[in-house]
Design a protein around this ligand. Structure first.
Ligand code: SF4
Ligand code: SF4
Length: 195
């Protein structure tokens, strides 16, 4: 994405302050070397690479960042974090942006991607692992595109890529308690932000 000519730096860097406090990362340490973008396995589908996201945060380009597809297409693989010469955990930066975008109900560039994320997490919480068939069915129904990707279904079932029955996972209670812990931490964090 070419941002030349579209950059209007924000005088107050609320976005940067938020990201730094939420993620614990020093955004200003980024000197735009581009090692994060070069290693990112998902950058080819993103509208802005991780390097551009870092720069946009520095410049306070709130809407551009929160409405980008990047923050939702990031798969949290942490390759960028491992490659950054300034030890910035960019994956955590992305996570803080997703949180903010969801809290502000920003319209993501990638249609229904927030729905996909919510369903993914709901299924993990319910059974400890994602059941892809349920994920696809719920995503299609709730996203109001009931027949999307249906042509792929028979082939995937035939090759054993999709299982009809939901997975059986041990320790689901433990996974649910992790979700509860994260929720409690978020509440605590929000409380501290208000104080
Ligand atoms: S964590 Fe996200 S931004 Fe970083 S390399 Fe992985 S997919 Fe790309
Ligand atoms: S690797 Fe680090 S310093 Fe380099 S562009 Fe990415 S965030 Fe900035």
């Amino acid at each position: 994405m070419n941002m030349t000519g579209t950059i209007k730096p924000s005088p107050s860097s609320d976005l940067q302050n938020f990201v730094e406090s939420r993620s614990g990362q020093k955004v200003l340490r980024c000197y735009q070397c581009g090692k994060c973008s070069a290693g990112c396995p998902a950058s080819y589908v993103m509208d802005m690479g991780p390097r551009q996201i870092m720069r946009a945060i520095q410049l306070g380009l709130r809407e551009k960042v929160l409405e980008s597809s990047t923050i939702w297409l990031c798969i949290s693989c942490q390759t960028c974090s491992a490659r950054c010469p300034n030890e910035i955990d960019i994956a955590r930066v992305m996570e803080s942006l997703r949180w903010l975008a969801a809290a502000e109900k920003s319209e993501p560039a990638e249609k229904d991607i927030a729905l996909f994320h919510q369903l993914f997490l709901t299924l993990i919480k319910r059974s400890g692992r994602v059941h892809e068939l349920s994920l696809g069915a719920l995503y299609n129904l709730l996203g109001r595109h009931p027949f999307a990707n249906m042509k792929r279904l028979p082939g995937m079932l035939a090759r054993g890529k999709l299982s009809v029955l939901p997975p059986r996972v041990k320790g689901v209670a433990e996974i649910r308690s992790l979700f509860a812990k994260v929720k409690a931490m978020e509440k605590e964090h929000q409380k501290r932000e208000v104080e």
